[in-house]
Design a protein around this ligand. Structure first.
Ligand code: GLN
Length: 193
């Protein structure tokens, strides 16, 4: 399985190491050609306004939108979740707008900036997942066939829609590979359909 990791900014190395542990081949995505032949794409955390601008500068915004619309599995964490949303409250920043979600930025856990918590995510198994939140966003509203996979305090923190997967937290930072495995299994399932 060949998975691209958007390498403009953020926790690229950490995603790479989890994916390799799971036996996937990884490719750093910097230019549109890097999208060729991928089975999936990861959009790491960072700063969404900066990554949005860089997506334009590197000519990647439209190609990723097209690839996502044509069914390429895309998994966004934190900033990735923001970039994938159709609506970003109070902001007209650049985005991919692939998911029928409305997100609030820097709102979840703002008092502390970052925090960690054990979350129960039935889709990945019984054992709680230790989730790390860093100036995290959350999905405030979701429409159409967006399926919430983790809701906490009325906030959607992990969700999927067709070929898309988005997490408000950083599953690449904990050494627990179950969320990435969920993404790889989702790709397999989609291929088998
Ligand atoms: N607050 C950041 C943003 O708006 C997201 C933080 C993160 O990716 N850890 O892009």
């Amino acid at each position: 399985m060949k998975i691209g990791i958007l390498a403009l900014q953020g926790a690229v190395r950490e995603h790479r190491s989890v994916l390799r542990k799971l036996g996937a081949v990884t490719v750093d995505v910097l230019y549109p050609d890097d999208l060729n032949g991928l089975d999936g794409l990861i959009l790491p955390g960072g700063e969404s306004t900066t990554v949005g601008k860089l997506l334009i500068r590197y000519g990647l915004l439209e190609p990723i939108i097209q690839a996502g619309r044509s069914g390429l599995p895309v998994f966004g964490t934190c900033t990735g979740l923001i970039l994938m949303a159709k609506n970003i409250n109070g902001s007209n920043q650049h985005r991919l707008g692939l998911m029928d979600t409305c997100v609030e930025r820097n709102a979840f856990g703002r008092q502390l900036n970052s925090f960690e918590a054990d979350m129960h995510i039935p889709a990945i198994g019984k054992k709680p997942f230790h989730a790390v939140f860093i100036r995290a966003p959350y999905i405030e509203k979701a429409e159409n066939n967006v399926k919430p996979l983790l809701v906490y305090d009325n906030k959607i923190l992990f969700a999927e829609q067709d070929n898309l997967l988005a997490a408000a937290f950083h599953p690449e930072l904990t050494g627990d590979t179950r969320i990435h495995r969920y993404f790889l299994e989702k790709i397999e399932k989609q291929k088998a359909e």
